[in-house]
Design a protein. Structure first.
Ligand SMILES: *Cc1c(COP(=O)(O)O)cnc(C)c1O
Length: 425
């Protein structure tokens, strides 16, 4: 019997297997047929501490039996208040002072980005400069799959059908080694034309291929925006919650954005929730006695109480456990293994930022539509690993609880993948 389920980012015409997963614990997924997979990519970058973290699971169960869902337009509940205060406490600060002072809830990274864009244009509109509506973006960026989020992301085969719906943006080149100054110059020139905002993935472009750039460039970019009064939006949806070695990537550059979307690991990966943090001026531009200036955005499940309880439990884990120390240990363990793999002739461009590592498989067949990635994916699955290469880029982004032997299994498979799928194979 064929399933009516239509899977995301999945070509149903290729008859690839769709393994049913029965349960998960820590870094392991257990399939219904008895096999297990090591979750090498945190189930699409969301699972931070590990699957079914007991403290988060318990908080969800408690909240589900207490208050499940509440209209959030003008009502509130303790978990939402607690998480908002918790986010402000841990968000990047300027001279020790919180600059991000307001928290707007939504349900996914994409909606958190939509909210960020709407806040930026709402700000300029409400302070009487509606002509400032252009958004600047970085080449190769990814900010989500809704129309606005796609508009500020890289264009390609994955959004070609919707090009007519996407709004025009200004694009600065990715600061690859050698073109750092070109990137900064392009940003400077674009900022001089008084756009609304610049949105950027701090330090690492995820879906664009795990492309890293140094913190000093992020700092420069933020300074250019500040100088020109252009709102600086740091999309921490993927980089947040310790992935890059610090709680938020912006900390490494000493940068405090005007608007900061967070999602993915906000509940430890247990439930969908997102938040867009905003500075006081953004909020104040919408606060008024005039109803026309309120922030017109909501979804039915805004600040769902169960999801907020999961986020509150996640924040408590960050307070109680030394998560950053765990991540530092994991980063070292990954670095050691990456160093050994880097010498392999099948690979190029090894890179690592915190607990994220990526390497490119040398191949003539590197396009987005090449069948290399799905072949690798299937092969890794046979080896008991959930890995999902981006084209010829193989990356890992494991949950922080992953063990040394599990990491060894991943790196042994990477090595063998080089032998089997690399050049002259
Ligand atoms: C995943 C991601 C998004 C979109 O988040 P969803 O929860 O998948 O909608 C936005 N920005 C970045 C940088 C991401 O990695």
């Amino acid at each position: 019997m064929t399933s009516p389920v239509w899977h995301p980012f999945f070509q149903h015409g290729l008859d690839e297997p769709i393994p049913p997963v029965a349960s998960a614990r820590g870094a392991l997924l257990h399939l219904t047929d008895g096999r297990s997979l090591i979750d090498g990519i945190s189930s699409w970058w969301v699972t931070t501490h590990g699957h079914c973290e007991p403290r988060i699971a318990a908080a969800i169960a408690r909240q589900a039996a207490t208050l499940d869902q509440l209209i959030f337009a003008g009502y509130t509940h303790a978990p939402a208040e607690e998480v908002a205060r918790g986010l402000i406490d841990i968000a990047p600060r300027f001279d020790g002072q919180p600059r991000l002072a307001h928290v707007f809830y939504s349900d996914s990274g994409s909606t958190a980005v939509e909210v960020a864009l709407k806040m930026a244009l709402g700000y300029w509109h409400n302070i009487g400069q509606p002509q400032r509506h252009r958004i600047l973006v970085m080449q190769h960026s990814y900010h989500g799959d809704t129309i606005g989020a796609m508009s500020v992301g890289e264009r390609g085969v994955y959004n070609a059908a919707w090009t007519p719906l996407l709004f025009d943006v200004g694009t600065v080149p990715f600061p690859a080694p050698g073109s750092e100054q070109a990137c900064l110059d392009a940003l400077e020139a674009a900022c001089a034309e008084r756009p609304a905002a610049f949105i950027v993935e701090p330090l690492i472009l995820g879906a664009g291929g795990m492309l890293v750039y140094p913190a000093n460039l992020l700092r420069e970019m933020a300074a250019i925006c500040r100088r020109h009064g252009v709102l600086f939006i740091a999309d921490e949806v993927m980089t947040g919650w310790g992935r890059t070695g610090t709680l938020f990537a912006c900390e490494q550059a000493g940068v405090v954005p005007d608007i900061m979307p967070v999602a993915k690991g906000i509940t430890g990966g247990a439930l969908p929730l997102a938040a867009t943090l905003a500075s006081a001026p953004i909020f104040e531009a919408h606060r008024s006695t005039d109803r026309a200036r309120l922030f017109y955005h909501s979804s039915s499940y805004t600040a769902n109480a169960i999801a907020c309880a999961a986020a509150a439990a996640n924040l408590a884990i960050w307070r109680e456990d030394d998560v950053l120390a765990r991540i530092a240990g994991l980063s070292d363990a990954i670095a050691e293994r990456m160093a050994r793999l880097s010498g392999h002739p099948a690979f190029a461009n090894p890179r690592q930022l915190g607990a994220i590592a990526a390497i490119d498989l040398r191949t003539d067949d590197a396009g987005y539509l090449s069948d290399l990635a799905p072949r690798l994916r299937a092969w890794f699955m046979e080896r008991g690993l959930l890995l999902r290469p981006l084209g010829n880029t193989i990356y890992i982004m494991p949950p922080y609880c992953i063990g040394a032997t599990q990491l060894d299994a991943i790196f042994a498979a990477l090595h063998d993948a080089g032998e089997i799928f690399g050049p002259h194979a």
